[in-house]
Design a protein around this ligand. Structure first.
Ligand code: MEV
Length: 340
């Protein structure tokens, strides 16, 4: 049996803008998912998952038929069809990751157990894809595994989970860990010597809808580039300034940039009542900064508070509003092998 784990991630700055080759800053966080892969006899894949709350199986033939179907949809840029497949089957990207690996290195019957407590919006899907890729590769090519390849297979899952158009920030974040600066055309750069910071994560309780919000922004940009492109340029500038503030540990400025990012991206219609409410409560009670993270359209917010007393008040107020709150630390370790 092979056991692996991968961290969740927070996009500090750059979500949505990174899809259009703008700057993103991301960090792995100290909440992990765990994947077990057990080779079994025969031509079947079995998956059990607490994250997707399901059990499912695929024969070798079904797996490859599905794989070529998705490949065809991607080639034809049929993103709406991909989104529909994902809506109907949340395990579809997991099977696509496996099929991509088996297509390159040969099929192996396996049983897979996925355990994850990473909330939606914190890279929960990418973490599963990355941990799963490392485990499957450990069975197939134990001595030739590279993080680049693990991240590449994890990207295949995000093609479905992000509606056909992922930037690549999530798979890199959870695979490499630490802080990364990311631009689609240039890839990532590890940001070293950055402070490990504490953040509050607040779950809006609304399902994050990354594939839908990514499609929404894409369609809006296709129809009205004159409105959307200047917003993406502003987001890029905010992210660039935020890297400097983080480097110099200027938390007040960093918080200010979080709020600017929130206000700017909100203009594209990807926020929700729940997310807006969390930001409003947090800022009213003295947080240095607050913004949603990940795909928006639900999911989680990041709150930056340095003062302990204020932190307690904010947590109390948010819990009163029925939001789930927890503390995380940035700059955690990327995907790793535990046994096998
Ligand atoms: C989702 O975690 C981040 C988005 O920017 C999509 C992507 O980068 O692929 C919304």
């Amino acid at each position: 049996m092979i056991v692996t784990s991968a961290p969740g991630k927070v996009i500090l700055f750059g979500e949505h803008a990174v899809v259009y080759d703008k700057l993103g800053i991301v960090s792995a966080v100290d909440i992990r998912c765990r994947v077990e892969v057990i080779p079994v006899a025969g031509n079947k894949i079995f998956i059990k998952s607490n994250k997707y709350n399901s059990e499912s199986s695929f024969s070798k033939k079904e797996l490859f038929t599905f794989y070529y179907h998705i490949k065809e949809l991607v080639r034809g840029r049929k993103f709406n069809d991909i989104e529909e497949i994902y809506k109907k089957d949340k395990l579809a990207p997991v099977f696509f990751v496996l099929a991509s690996i088996f297509n390159r290195y040969g099929f192996k019957g396996t049983e897979i157990i996925i355990n994850s407590n990473i909330p939606k919006g914190l890279g929960s899907s990418s973490a599963v894809f990355s941990a799963l890729s490392l485990a499957a590769l450990k069975i197939l090519i134990p001595n030739k595994i590279s993080k680049k390849e693990v991240s590449g297979f994890s990207y295949q899952g995000d093609i479905i989970a992000h509606g056909g158009h992922p930037s690549g920030i999530d798979n890199n974040a959870v695979t490499y860990g630490g802080y990364l600066k990311y631009r689609k055309s240039e890839g990532f750069e590890a940001l070293r010597g950055m402070p490990r910071i504490d953040l509050l994560i607040v779950d809006s309780g609304e399902q994050s809808r990354t594939s839908e919000t990514v499609s929404l922004v894409r369609k809006m940009r296709d129809n009205n580039p004159g409105f959307v492109n200047p917003i993406l340029d502003s987001l890029n500038k905010i992210s660039g300034r935020a890297v400097k503030a983080l480097k110099f540990k200027d938390m007040k400025r960093l918080g200010g940039f979080m709020v600017s990012y929130y206000k700017k991206l909100r203009e594209l219609g990807v926020s929700t009542g729940g997310l807006d409410n969390i930001i409003e409560i947090s800022l009213r009670e003295g947080a240095l900064g607050a913004k949603p993270t990940g795909g928006w359209g639900g999911g989680c917010c990041l709150i930056l508070v340095e003062d302990l007393k204020r932190k307690e008040t904010i947590i109390k107020k948010l819990k009163k509003g029925n939001f789930r709150v927890f503390s995380i630390k940035t700059a955690s370790e990327g995907v790793k092998l535990h046994t096998g």
